[in-house]
Design a protein around this ligand. Structure first.
Ligand code: NI
Length: 253
């Protein structure tokens, strides 16, 4: 049993084979999926899927790319979505200085606002951090979420990881762990405490080896689990169960 804790299966890339894609996930033992929003429409779609499908849960939130499109009514709408029992996290939120699609000051403001909203809603947060380590760390240190959170597709150093673990965060591993140049993230995978790691695909992005180049889908989270198990010299089963229990603790399911 593996839980893909970060996917975007509402993406139009699944329109043609949605039931088959979910069938492949179930056949591969992926029995839970957390579908993550990045703007208001995708948050609504995530919750709709979660209501329709037993084994799908939803996260709602505004990605830093979309910080520039936020209005006052966005927060009211998200608050309402977050109150649904199938909404188990606030995200994905954070900072992205790689693509800089919204002004950095605004990204920070929207990130902090959503940590506050997650606190009010009683939800943990899912953090997206790209090339913004210093500012993300400063913000989560000053505004540590009351209900915890996870750094999704963690890509930083072990030094940074230790600081985040000290603040109570979880670290989630995705396809990049299987890539040939994964030295830095492999070190984190080896050293992260057993009660702090999660597994994810970030489907349709970040396809793991040996499927790299194809569209990603939740069934492939198995490859990430296999690599994590190798890195920790543990049986696949043990890593999968541990990651599942960690996710249940964080998302309170
Ligand atoms: Ni994502």
């Amino acid at each position: 049993m593996i839980w893909d804790t970060h996917a975007h299966v509402d993406d139009t890339r699944y329109t043609d084979d949605f039931p088959e894609m979910l069938g492949r996930a179930q056949a591969a033992g992926i029995t839970r999926i957390l579908n993550v929003g990045y703007d208001l429409p995708s948050s609504e779609r995530s919750l709709k899927l979660a209501r329709e499908c037993d084994f799908i849960y939803a996260a709602v939130g505004i990605h830093p790319h979309d910080a520039k499109d936020v209005t006052d009514t966005t927060w009211d709408a998200l608050r309402e979505l977050a109150a649904d029992p199938k909404a188990v996290a606030w995200g994905e939120i954070g900072l992205d200085y790689y693509r800089d699609l919204s002004p950095r000051a605004l990204q920070q403001e929207v990130f902090i606002r959503q940590i506050e909203l997650a606190d009010e809603a009683g939800l943990p947060i899912i953090i997206h951090n790209r090339d913004a380590h210093e500012d993300v760390y400063r913000i989560v240190k000053e505004h540590t979420p009351k209900h915890g959170g996870v750094f999704h597709t963690y890509s930083g150093s072990w030094e940074m990881a230790k600081q985040l673990l000290n603040l109570g965060f979880y670290l989630s591993f995705a396809g990049p762990l299987t890539y040939k140049n994964a030295r830095q993230v492999l070190e984190v995978a080896e050293k992260v405490p057993s009660d702090r790691y999660l597994l994810e695909t970030d489907s349709p992005y970040l396809t793991p080896e040996p499927y790299r180049g194809k569209r990603n889908e939740p069934a492939y989270v198995r490859e990430v689990a296999v690599r994590l198990a190798q890195a920790r010299s543990l049986p696949l089963e043990e890593v999968a169960v541990q990651a599942w229990q960690n996710a249940e603790r964080l998302f309170k399911i």
